[in-house]
Design a protein around this ligand. Sequence first.
Ligand code: NA7
Length: 549
Amino acid sequence: MASQSAPRPTPGSIEHFDVLIVGAGVSGMYGLYHFRQMGLSVRVYDGASDVGGTWWYNRYPGARVDGPGSPYYCYTFTDELMKEWDWEETQSEQSAVLAYLEHFADRFDLRRDIRFETWVKGASWDEATQRWTLETSTGERATGRYLICAVGALSTTNLPDIPGIEDFAGETYHTGSWPHHPVSFEGKRVAVIGTGSSGIQAIPEIAKTADRVYVLQRTAQYAFPAGNRPLTAEDRAEARASWETIRAKMYAHPGGFPADPNSRIAMEETPEQRDALYEKLWQRGSFRFFLESYADVAVSEEANASMANFVKRKIREIVRDPKTADKLMPNHFVMTKRPILENGYFEAFNRDNVTLIDLREDPIERFTRTGVVTRSGEKPIDMLVLATGFDAISGSMLRLDPKGRGGVPLKERWKERFHNHLGLMIHGYPNLFMIHGPGSPGVFYNMPLGAERQMGWIGDVIRHMQTRQLGAIEPMKASEDAWGAEVSALANATLFPRTDSWWTGANVPGKPRYFSAYLGGSIYYHRLAETASKDYPGFVFEPDCESKK
Ligand code: NA7
């Protein structure tokens, strides 16, 4: 596929574009389509050898889309994609999501403007020309008036710092950068570190053929039945027939889901009513558990306990060994870590070849060439699977580390907090836009739809600037402060900041600790529209340097 990508320039040359995009995942691909439609010249860079971003990298066994599921984890800008693409299951596996994205690339001939296998190593703003310059791993360079960072909210892997880990001589894989060659677990002793979405999806699959699986659990998790099922011809016909209504619902819903906003209050119902509802939703599975249960679970401790206790009872019912079930009991507020859907995770602990190690009582001391040593002794292993997550939301922006006005690196600007306005722009970094970055609904929103809506806003900014001969836009410092206060006020009204999670940055040592996603749901998009309709209050513009000459 990479052969279809943008041809390489002659060595040492520099190319010039209207828009530069870093990342050819769900967001960057849509950005390319959108800005191209506006008549702009666009170049996209990606380190991978083809499109897909997250879906190109996360090939671990059991990887599936959750959230809105298929077919609603999708682009909505054209009816054609909905009409011509047949999803097989409600929670399609990674290869099917990737196939959809490849189809999008083929359908709109995207690859000719994407340079694959090219890491962007540096990005710097030039005040005189009002342009960004990108330096890449292949030595080629490009400038652009606008820089779109579609770098992924969950793409910079988090690797644990455990003594001796580099000495382990067996196979080692991180779920977020899974190899493209087939990985066999047949007859192997496998240690899995991490029980977030990735670990919980992978463990039952690995256990099917491995000789032994050691699940090294730092935090016990709530997980809900995925309820994955094949989509029938009738399902597909119905989704297509009511697509207009469904799309309107997605736009109106706080998370971009095809559902009505939840209004039931748990504490207004009896315990029996609550349990009956939880049971019904548990049997059906999917994110509907959150969408169709109660609106106050993330804000009321009592409501939260009602759901948490229900799930704990379910875990005890499924897991036969009471000691193992004890270790699997979560002790944080339910939903305050990223909700997880599972396909046989708790059942896996009923297999003879799966051993749960609770790291809180039996911590990892070190790795050797042939095994992992916990306080209780050494476990010989052939393979280590790191399902240890990501430096989420802000990590990939910091890895890119653009240099803004005065050459200030973002790492310096974001030392204490990920300052930004509207989750899109940063003071001191003109014409740079983030997709799904800190301060945006990002990871709390249906990602393809969120990308479309943010890219749409950026396109409007560009049009506004073009028609007025403006060369640079950036938010005022005061707007950033006000936006940051709003992000924190919304979060602090919920239980979310009271749990350690990747949402709060707690999973990465040294990372600023605060809840950085915008929890206002669809209010966010009203705020974006309002800002555009009022000609961008809170931002300052500079005239185009060309028009000053
Ligand atoms: P997560 O949700 O961040 O999970 C990572 C897991 O790894 C989690 O259980 C962590 O425990 C654990 N972890 C991380 N570092 C360590 C160390 N040093 N020692 C032991 N355990 C550790 O990442 P995922 O990839 O599962 O999910 C991200 C996805 O969420 C994303 O791809 C979307 O699909 C949804 P902790 O809970 O921090 O104690």
